[in-house]
Design a binder for this molecule. Structure first.
Ligand SMILES: [Cu+2]
Length: 337
């Protein structure tokens, strides 16, 4: 959001970055609501795991999907006179469908296919759940199977088993699944909070199929039972395998500086503004923030929301060879797949 958009018709940009964390993630277009049109992708960075497993099934994005174009839907969401729900400016539509790894059946007629995740009997599999939705947060559960969480948002955690997991937008849970049940087909269910506060779908039963190698290609028969109400709440009980603390003794600058952040609902404009230092970030595409830096200009427009951090208040961990070596030793103490 601080640099020029990538132009259409063959424009490109290569991002180079040092992979200092590992696990599962995703990337998306940040041009207005464009990512809702599907301009997203998954990221997988290999590293040690807190639990051994046999097979990595890879990334598994589960996302809301809308049949209208994103900009057309957004113009309704931000419309005072023609909102999605009559009389409720700012209201959002339920998703038309939920895609599992990019696919699903059409819940309203013929067409489409269920996503199938294939297990090898007797083996332990790693599946990397990602919620890259625009507006839906939901609970994932698998009929007849527990999930063992081993990583959350790039942080390997002490393994724990769960019957269901609630995923906020952007969130990732890496889980292992043991293929220890009767070979066959099992529903992977997505369900929504009954509060209605964290999204909804017009697909009454968003689901994919967990299938055992060699099983029939029919549909599962057991619908399973609804998981507990999520109340749209994250887990707070996760414990990282390798705690990493910023060495606060290295700061020489003041550590008591305040940064004002707020969420303002502007009823008249039918919009929500996330404000930092009293202003919502509003980058001018023709002259984004990095252009000011390139021009050697150190004063920025207020809406660029630049927060300057003096050198004396910065701690740079990555290039420090001793810290990198410590990470390597800690990582080596984790189990390698
Ligand atoms: Cu983003």
């Amino acid at each position: 959001m601080t640099e020029c958009p990538i132009p259409p018709n063959g424009g490109q940009k290569t991002y180079s970055f040092l992979a200092t964390q590992y696990g599962s993630s995703w990337y998306h277009s940040h041009y207005s609501s464009q990512y809702a049109n599907g301009l997203i992708g998954s990221v997988l960075i290999n590293g040690p795991s807190s639990l051994p497993y046999d097979i990595d099934l890879g990334v598994y994005p589960i996302t809301d999907w809308y049949y209208g174009a994103a900009d057309a839907i957004l113009s309704r969401v931000t419309s005072v006179t023609n909102p999605i729900t009559p009389g409720e400016p700012g209201s959002t539509p339920p998703s038309d469908n939920v895609f599992f790894n990019g696919t699903n059946i059409n819940p309203f007629g013929p067409g489409g296919n269920y996503s199938r995740v294939t297990l090898t009997p007797g083996k332990r599999h790693r599946l990397r759940l990602i919620n890259p939705s625009v507006d839906n947060t939901f609970t994932v559960s698998i009929v007849g199977h527990q999930m063992t969480v081993i990583e959350n948002d790039f942080v390997p955690v002490q393994a724990f088993t769960a019957d269901s997991l609630y995923l906020g937008i952007g969130q990732r849970y890496d889980v292992t699944i043991d293929a220890n049940q009767k070979p066959g087909n099992y529903w992977i269910n997505v369900t929504y909070s009954g509060t209605g506060a964290c999204g909804a779908s017009r697909n009454p039963h968003p689901a994919a199929i967990l299938t055992y190698q060699g099983a029939s290609d029919g549909l599962p028969t057991d619908q399973g039972k609804a998981p507990p109400e999520s109340k749209c709440e994250d887990l707070t009980s996760l414990v990282p395998i390798v705690p990493r603390t910023v060495p606060s003794g290295q700061f020489t600058g003041a550590v008591n500086q305040q940064l004002a952040v707020s969420i303002d609902v502007d009823q008249a404009a039918s919009r929500v503004f996330w404000k930092v230092n009293g202003s919502a970030m509003d980058v001018v595409w023709e002259k984004p923030t990095l252009q000011f830096v390139l021009d050697g200009n150190s004063s920025f427009p207020g809406v660029a929301n630049v927060v300057s951090v003096p050198d004396s208040s910065q701690v740079c961990l990555q290039p420090d060879a001793t810290i990198l070596q410590r990470y390597r030793e800690e990582d080596a103490s984790l189990t390698r797949h």
